[in-house]
Design a protein around this ligand. Structure first.
Ligand code: SAH
Length: 242
């Protein structure tokens, strides 16, 4: 085994030298059915804890398989402690936000229901699967956790005050971005509103909280999915790991 494995898989299993890793039915289907891999193939595995490991397929079946870890190929690389809070929008755009937030290096993705959120339900399991796929694809060694949908009111009421919240406020359109106005912090979160924006009451409440900095994302109103990527970019370039 020498070349870097091309296929990367997230597994919910410990990784280490000589460690045996069983595959789920879906993973076996993907690896052996779709990707046509077989015994002897080298696959890169990661689990959000132990970095990335090269592993060899020792058993390949329709409903399962077994890999054995060889060497660590990458250490665990944690993104900054940044959460993305967003109001779910249409399915494809919500999927996009989760995928992009994973690529952009968020550690936690929290769908929140705001006054003008149209979507009352999300499929947390589907969104989590999107995050896994995005991490596999982008070379990350960490998969952000996708939380269940919760109400913005509740989230703010239970907020851990040592986490600074950057609030993308569309009423600031055209203002200076003002990320520099945020204090030095170790723990962060970004909040993006729904297509309908924030209600006046939400805006007033957010602006009154000591752990919140409102942020402008430039002279144009962005769609929520664009705003999420823009805010993550701004953060990573100024306070994050870029
Ligand atoms: N319908 C609203 C816009 C909502 S845009 C209106 O016309 O005012 C969706 C979300 O993206 C907003 O709630 C905000 O969080 C973010 N956003 C979009 N453009 C922005 C900008 N220029 N500055 C700050 N936040 C922005």
């Amino acid at each position: 085994m020498s070349a870097m494995p091309k296929i990367r898989l997230f597994v919910d299993h410990a990784l280490g030298a000589g460690q045996t890793v069983p595959l789920s039915r879906e993973q076996a289907h993907y690896l052996f059915g779709v990707m046509r891999q077989d015994v002897g193939a080298a696959i890169a595995l990661f689990n959000s804890k132990d970095g990335e490991w090269r592993a060899e397929v020792v058993k390949a079946g329709k409903r399962g398989g077994i890999l054995v870890c060889d060497v660590q190929t990458r250490p665990l690389q944690m993104p900054p402690d940044l959460w993305l809070l967003f109001a779910p929008i249409k399915k494809a755009r919500t999927d996009f936000i989760v995928e992009k937030a994973t690529e952009m290096g968020a550690v936690r993705i929290c769908p929140v229901q705001t006054a003008f959120t149209n979507s009352e339900r999300i499929r947390q399991d589907r969104l989590q699967a999107h995050a896994i796929e995005a991490a596999e694809q982008c070379g990350g060694t960490f998969v952000p956790e996708v939380a269940e949908l919760s109400k913005l009111d509740t989230v703010l009421r239970d907020w851990p005050e040592d986490r600074h919240l950057i609030f993308a406020d569309e009423s600031m359109v055209g203002a200076q971005t003002a990320l520099q106005a945020a204090p030095a912090a170790e723990k962060w979160a970004i909040l993006i509103g729904p297509e309908g924006g924030f209600s006046d009451a939400e805006r007033a409440r957010l602006r009154g909280l000591p752990f919140v900095t409102p942020l402008s994302l430039g002279p144009r109103i962005l769609r929520a999915d664009t705003a999420a990527v823009a805010a993550l970019t701004l953060f990573q370039a100024n306070r994050g790991d870029w």
